[in-house]
Write a protein that binds this ligand. Structure first.
Ligand code: DGL
Length: 270
């Protein structure tokens, strides 16, 4: 009964950690496509092909349900995967919708027409591919009206995190926040629309100031997975073991993950 969690690299570990806290008995197989990260600067076709290959690898581990703990893959590939590729006995879910439901104060499955919500000015920080897809604005428009979204493509941040360079990642986050605040001086909420960014959440909050509510996805996705599994327990696959797989160098990826997550994590080759 294992569930698969996929990201282009180590960012999805923020989601894995939250799922482990929420569902401690659920075996999880994590796959980081570190050999091909970052996805955020790739074409949509490329992201689709890489994501499909990774999901197939997780199905082979007995994970019938795979969470794309990657906004870039969720934004650029998920819809096409669900419409053209995922077989009927498997599920692939993304990380966008739980966050937008939280931002717009909606319960799961509330498909009522879009309405006004408390938050009016939202800053979105995401990879260039996620920003270019406009998937966030599209999903938001189904649920809310009158929300002004200013999106900042945060080039370089995922790369710096993947290279284990915390100092560069911090400097880049500060400069992206400044760039956004020149265009939207007083956001009420900021969405960290990349699963790598919670690793830099303190820097985002510090640069944005205490009045901005920062939404990051990990706990929201964990809650929504718990809820999904109550409704669809048959989607718990046949796998029984938890493990961490990477397409990159297991030693290097283990050491970066241990540094960022501040607990020992050991990857094996995918
Ligand atoms: N963690 C991925 C995301 O949420 C990073 C994408 C990338 O590799 O650029 O978008």
């Amino acid at each position: 009964m294992a569930v698969g969690i996929f990201d282009s690299g180590i960012g999805g570990l923020t989601v894995l950690d939250a799922v482990t806290r929420r569902l401690p008995d659920l075996p999880l197989v994590y796959l980081g496509d570190n050999a091909h990260a970052p996805y955020g600067v790739r074409t949509h076709d490329d992201i689709f092909n890489l994501t499909c290959a990774a999901v197939e690898r997780l199905w082979a581990e007995g994970c019938d349900l795979v969470i794309l703990a990657c906004n870039t893959a969720s934004a650029a590939a998920l819809k096409r995967m669900q419409e053209t590729w995922v077989p009927a006995d498997k599920r692939v879910l993304g990380v966008f919708v739980p966050m937008i439901e939280a931002l717009t104060e909606r319960q799961w499955g509330d498909n009522s027409p879009p309405r006004e919500v408390a938050v009016r000015h939202v800053a979105l920080f995401a990879t260039p591919a996620t920003v270019a897809s406009r998937a966030f604005q599209r999903e938001l428009a189904f649920r809310a009206i009158g929300v002004d979204v200013e999106a900042q493509p945060c080039g370089g941040v995922v790369d710096a995190i993947e290279q284990g360079d915390e100092i560069l990642a911090e400097a880049l986050v500060r400069s992206h926040v400044e760039a956004l605040m020149r265009r939207m001086p007083h956001p009420q909420a900021a969405v960290l629309g990349c699963t790598h960014y919670p690793l830099m959440e303190t820097t985002f909050q510090d640069a944005l100031g205490p009045d901005v509510k920062v939404f990051s996805q990990a706990n929201l996705v964990a809650e929504s997975l718990a809820d999904y599994l109550v409704r669809r327990p048959e989607m718990l696959g046949a796998g029984t073991d938890s493990k961490f797989l990477t397409t990159g160098d297991p030693k290097a990826v283990s050491s970066k993950s241990t540094q960022f997550l501040r607990r020992r994590i050991t990857f094996e080759a995918a």
